[in-house]
Design a protein around this ligand. Structure first.
Ligand code: NAD
Ligand code: MG
Length: 353
């Protein structure tokens, strides 16, 4: 039996995880948490809001599936890595914001860190723990979101409803907006850097509209291994929860002869500056990735609330990164202070100059 604590149980990932857990006799849900929606009876231990670490202490799970959205997932990520329990990580924001702290806790704890993000699950599967020196580069694929092919002028007046209409993936609202701005791929770039220990200059991003190739690893011998499948998060969720067993899922096999075409394009960096901003924040290091994430969370919430336009999301992040100190953080309380500072600056920067 694998005893699972599911954080973010009512979300897009959380609901699909429950389907996977219900279908597998060796997986047992021992604790579940949501932010605000009621979840009575979902698991022996449930919690709505509040301190997730307290819940994890009581549940003492073998695996924590962190599917909380945003920086709020960070204490649970650090607790799990420190404890040496297995971490199935959907909450990319925690690894982006606290990469160094998370890696140090992971090293001390010695558990498994299994990415649930589809691109990173794909990379994990292509890499199979091969050593870093065999890798030429990691290639993250991006769908391009609902606004692929548009220019900046055409994005000035897009509404939250238009931005929420993702062409290939059905996800929670925050990551769907991140996919429209390509901030999601910026977060994933930093996530890949920390997960796989690969320098930023060896991580590429390519637009792939059909989302069938979930990522590619290029090796030094000229081989490139890709991971293919229909865009369905149940595959990476199941992979992370049943690793290394690869339990069966209801996801259909790829119909290769039925007209599958694989198209790849360079991202449009002028229209979608978030990848560049994330890359710069990642290369600067220290708490710049934390500030990138914090400013993005503030700006996305403001966009969804109708307070700013679509283009101002990236402008807010850029102004915040120009202003924060980016000082290093050696502990969670220092990092939390950096996150709070970046949020204050981003709130001020929301007003167009
Ligand atoms: P969602 O908005 O659908 O769900 C978020 C969940 O987190 C909800 O259950 C909510 O109640 C819970 N939550 C929010 N704040 C909380 C708090 N303070 N304490 C406890 N619970 C809290 O989001 P989602 O799309 O399921 O995404 C979850 C995470 O997974 C995000 O980090 C996202 O980037 C990542 N992710 C999602 C997908 C996807 O397909 N949805 C793909 C890859 C990665
Ligand atoms: Mg992803």
């Amino acid at each position: 039996m694998r005893r699972i604590a599911l954080l973010g149980a009512t979300g897009s990932i959380g609901r699909q995880a429950i389907e996977i857990i219900d279908a597998h006799p060796e997986l047992e849900l021992v604790a579940a948490a949501s932010g605000s929606q009621p979840i009575d009876g979902l698991a022996p231990l449930t919690q709505v809001g509040g301190d997730l670490v307290g819940l994890l202490e009581r549940a003492d799970p073998d695996v924590v599936l962190n599917a909380v959205v945003g920086f709020a997932g960070l204490p649970a990520t650090l607790w799990t890595l420190e404890r040496g329990a297995d971490l199935a990580l959907a909450n990319k924001e925690s690894l982006v914001a606290a990469g160094q702290l998370a890696l140090a806790a992971w090293k001390r704890g010695g558990g498994r860190l299994l990415p649930v993000d589809s691109e990173h699950s794909a990379l994990h599967q292509c890499l199979e723990n091969r050593s870093a020196e065999t890798i030429e580069s990691l290639v993250l694929t991006a769908s391009g979101g609902p606004f692929r092919g548009r220019n900046r002028d055409e994005l000035a007046n897009v509404t939250p409803e238009e931005a929420l209409a993702h062409p290939t993936w059905s996800m929670g609202p925050k990551i769907t907006i991140d996919s429209a701005t390509l901030a999601n791929k910026g977060l994933e770039l930093i996530e890949a850097h920390f997960l796989f220990g690969v320098p930023y200059e060896q991580i590429e991003i390519v637009v792939h509209p059909s989302s069938v190739v979930h990522s590619i690893v290029r090796f030094r011998d000229g081989a490139a291994l890709a991971h293919l499948g229909y865009p369905d998060m149940r595959v990476p969720i199941s992979y992370a929860l049943t690793y290394p067993e690869r339990a069966a899922t209801p996801v259909p096999a790829l119909d290769l002869a039925g007209g599958l075409t694989l198209e790849f394009l360079a991202p449009d960096a002028d229209t979608f500056p978030m990848i560049t901003l994330a890359r710069e924040a990642g290369v600067r290091g220290c708490t710049f990735p934390c500030a990138f994430n914090a400013a993005n969370e503030v700006a996305v919430a403001a966009f969804l609330a109708g307070r700013i336009g679509f283009l101002e999301i990236a402008e807010t992040v850029e102004r915040t990164l120009d202003t924060v100190s980016g000082a290093p953080a050696a502990r969670l309380d220092e990092l939390t202070a950096c996150d709070a500072e970046a949020r204050r600056i981003a709130e001020t920067a929301l007003q167009p100059a």
